[in-house]
Design a protein around this ligand. Structure first.
Ligand SMILES: [Mn+2]
Length: 222
């Protein structure tokens, strides 16, 4: 767990007259969610306090490639299995992976105690440059500012990028703003978005030792 050095915690304990922070106060944040419909069968296991390990087998190779970006750059351990009706197209499987990942994030974060809650990042991938700001606010909202110039990347329909983020936002109850600042190549624009999203999420889910187990809202609840 990314806790501050001991002297910081001691000062905090003395100054605020609260219980000392120990590892037991921060159990490993994990979730496993299975979701089955008439169209898909999806399992997601994740550990927020991970090292970036990823195993993804959704039947959609480009989506697997993007899930690896979320794990690697978010330092989240991620295992995703999906069997969907790809004989129709990728739409249902892509959306249902997003829904199940969103549910797993929501479950692993619990009441959001002690987290930074907000996250932002700007990252390039060659000529592409993408900015993400997000908030685990409890209020789903997506502001999607990508203009992807081609209809497909390989066999992947680039309209599905927005569908994926809509699904994650709704089921993790996240506020998410994505801005494309530059970019020409569709693969670069999409991959820069997933990397930037991962880094912003890493910031937001990190435990803030100064929060000391309180909920990051002036209302006291998210
Ligand atoms: Mn790539």
């Amino acid at each position: 767990m990314p806790l501050a050095p001991d002297h910081t915690l001691t000062m905090q304990t003395r100054d605020r007259n609260i219980s000392p922070i120990s590892d037991a106060d921060y159990p490993l944040r994990t979730a496993t969610v299975s979701r089955t419909t008439g169209e898909t069968d999806v399992q997601v296991s994740l550990t927020l306090d991970g090292t970036g390990r990823c195993s993804a087998d959704t039947g959609i190779p480009f989506l697997d490639h993007m899930l690896h970006q979320i794990a690697s750059h978010g330092l989240i351990d991620l295992d995703v299995r999906a069997k969907g009706d790809l004989e129709i197209d990728d739409h249902h499987t892509n959306e249902d992976v997003g829904i199940t990942l969103g549910m797993a994030l929501h479950q692993a974060l619990g009441d959001r105690k002690g987290i930074h809650r907000f996250g932002h990042f700007v990252a390039p991938l060659d000529e592409a440059l993408v900015q993400v700001a997000l908030d685990f606010s409890g209020r789903p909202h997506l502001s999607y500012g990508l203009t992807i110039p081609t209809q497909r990347v390989g066999t992947y329909d680039t309209q599905l990028v927005r569908e994926f983020f809509v699904a994650i936002v709704n089921h993790s109850q996240m506020t998410l703003h994505i801005r494309q600042l530059d970019g020409i190549n569709s693969h670069h624009i999409i991959e820069a978005t997933f990397k930037t999203f991962a880094r912003a999420m890493r910031m937001a889910i990190a435990v803030d030792p100064r929060r000391a187990q309180t909920i990051p809202s002036s209302k006291g609840v998210i």
